[in-house]
Design a binder for this molecule. Sequence first.
Ligand SMILES: [Ca+2]
Ligand SMILES: [Ca+2]
Length: 359
Amino acid sequence: MNQVTALAKRILRRESTLNEHIKISESENRPDQVDPNAQPPEPGLPPHENMRWIPGGTFLMGSNQHYPEEGPTHHVTVDGFWMDLYTVTNADFQRFVEATDYVTVAERPLNPQDYPGALPELLVPGSAVFQKPPHRVDLRNPGNWWAYIPGANWQNPEGPKSSLKGRMKHPVVHIAYEDAEAYAAWAGKSLPTEAQWEFAARGGLEGAVYAWGNDFAPDGTLMANTWQGEFPWQNLLSDGYERTAPVGSFPPNGYGLYEMSGNVWEWTTDWYADHHPGEAHKACCIPVNPRGAALEQSFDPAQPEVRIPRKVLKGGSFLCAPNYCLRYRPAARIPETIDTSTCHIGLRCVINVVRQVLD
Ligand SMILES: [Ca+2]
Ligand SMILES: [Ca+2]
């Protein structure tokens, strides 16, 4: 998927927008600036509806049992924060667009002069959409199930002939990183760091495989919208959903958060590196509120000519299946170029509380 979408975006890239965006992101990655007049909100009184206080603490981040990018496990401390119970829905995003006339990356017109040599059919606004092949395909080529569809965007998730009819409570998709940031800023919120996201997803369970424990389907109950069957050609639909599910369709985790696993991938603010930092050997040195890798580390080593940085996505999606991508787990993580949008990427927001600086 990343290769295909990155390839499409290599042709469709707008460097100026991107550079501007990187500057913004870098400034946001500075340590929290303390506003002496700001008061921490009272836990128990959410600053917005449908948010939950996540208590913070020290936890074991990552996994040594699954994909290499999830290791090594290491302790991390995060401060308490507020988090959305649900991923942002189409109804939420529609309110944002109606209030601001915001145009997402996938909807913006393209100037052919900016893309010499690009195929004309790719020089139209669009986004990456999953297309189920009719038979087993070579899993090494994501082009076997991803297509760049002109006219696909958040309002037309499968292309111009599709709509949001009946899907207002589904998660918004086809959201590039700057779209996610723009929504969060409008809502008076932020995007989570990877550590915040993973702490929240674990729901208070230390080191569990899934957000609900170590058993994928406790008592036979499917706990998330994932893919059952052999990806990408056979979807058994045991969970009832071929694509996205309305938010709140599956049981919440220990912190009361819904769909932290599956349904749609969620953007975090961290630049991606292909492994975590190692464990701190002294309690004094456990990272507090870590913010991920350096921007320079996030470029794709497989495509050195592409200078589009990549953020960490968390949580897996309705396209995650054990035979291809067993990533509906709190520790799982994938890189995504910041200008990429797809039918399985959305967002959820947090509100950070000013940290008391004692040292
Ligand atoms: Ca499903
Ligand atoms: Ca999710």
